[in-house]
Design a protein around this ligand. Structure first.
Ligand SMILES: [Zn+2]
Length: 288
């Protein structure tokens, strides 16, 4: 049993400042929305660890064999990725897993996992763009590096960390959890609320820049709230309350709508029709 102290926002900032003084400014960074970040790892190292871990997830979970659905998810993802800054436009991997839980996750190294179950909640291409925009934004903003840095700082007091990614050991599972794979390995180490809010707002801008309708992000969270009925889906359990995230999205909506108008004027009209769902009972199961 391994226990971690996960700093809250105030402690996180204090920690960041203290570590910046100790380590020099190399450890400190600024997120795309201007938040100060503690990043103790080179992004390339996180990317390498994330890529190894994602390979493990692909071995341990069932990758969806549903071609039309995979093509649909890829189409929406590609439309979003095309609007990223130049150095972020390539190297992404988006994998749909046959899993009925409403979940999606982002892993350093440009990997996104989508559970088939989330397509029951994100029912349109625009809503799926809100999900994928959120996950891509976690990667873009190095939230995995920040979370891992918080864990290492809290756990080891900055002694040289030997980082394991073997899911059969507690230390390895904790690392995987920090990388964003907690739910997959039975350890939940959530992104902080500030990470979630930041991913929401960056994702909103991104989907709008790609020509998707940003109002769908608000509809999505209403769908999430309706689906959760007091018991949040797995993906939601660590996320800000529905009402507060809907409010934050609505505040940014006029700006996002202007971005979408620009995109449409420039001829960006994502064309990713959702394929019909397979008849129920025909989906492969874990056992099959
Ligand atoms: Zn998130």
């Amino acid at each position: 049993m391994v226990l971690f102290l996960i700093p809250g926002p105030a402690l996180g900032l204090a920690l960041c400042l203290a570590l910046c003084l100790t380590l020099g400014l190399a450890a400190c960074a600024t997120s795309p929305l201007g938040r100060s970040q503690l990043k103790l790892f080179p992004d390339a190292q996180l990317a390498q660890m994330g890529s190894q871990s994602f390979e493990q997830v692909k071995r341990e979970k069932t990758i969806s064999p549903n071609g039309p659905r995979n093509a649909y998810v890829s189409c929406v993802a590609s439309a979003l990725i095309a609007e990223l800054p130049p150095n972020w436009k390539s190297g992404w991997e988006v994998v749909v897993f046959d899993d009925p839980s409403a979940n999606a996750f982002a892993v350093p190294g440009r990997h996104i996992g989508v559970h088939s179950g989330i397509l029951a909640i994100a029912t349109t291409p625009d809503q799926l763009a809100a999900i994928l925009g959120h996950e891509i934004s976690h990667v873009l903003a190095s939230h995995g590096n920040e979370r891992m840095s918080q864990v290492v700082a809290a756990q080891a007091g900055l002694l040289a960390a030997s980082v394991a990614t073997d899911s059969t050991t507690p230390a390895g599972r904790a690392t995987l959890a920090a990388l964003g794979l907690g739910a997959q390995f039975g350890v939940l180490l959530p992104f902080s609320r500030s990470h979630e809010n930041e991913a929401d707002l960056m994702g909103l801008d991104l989907m709008a820049q790609a020509g998707f309708n940003p109002e769908a992000a608000v509809v999505l969270w209403h769908n999430m709230a309706a689906a959760s009925q007091g018991q949040p889906p797995e993906w939601m359990s660590s996320h800000p309350a529905h009402a507060s995230r809907i409010r934050a999205l609505e505040e940014r909506l006029p700006r996002a709508q202007a971005l979408q108008a620009q995109a449409l004027a420039a001829g960006l009209r994502p064309d990713c029709p959702r394929p019909p769902d397979p008849p129920s009972g025909t989906e492969p199961t874990e056992a099959g």
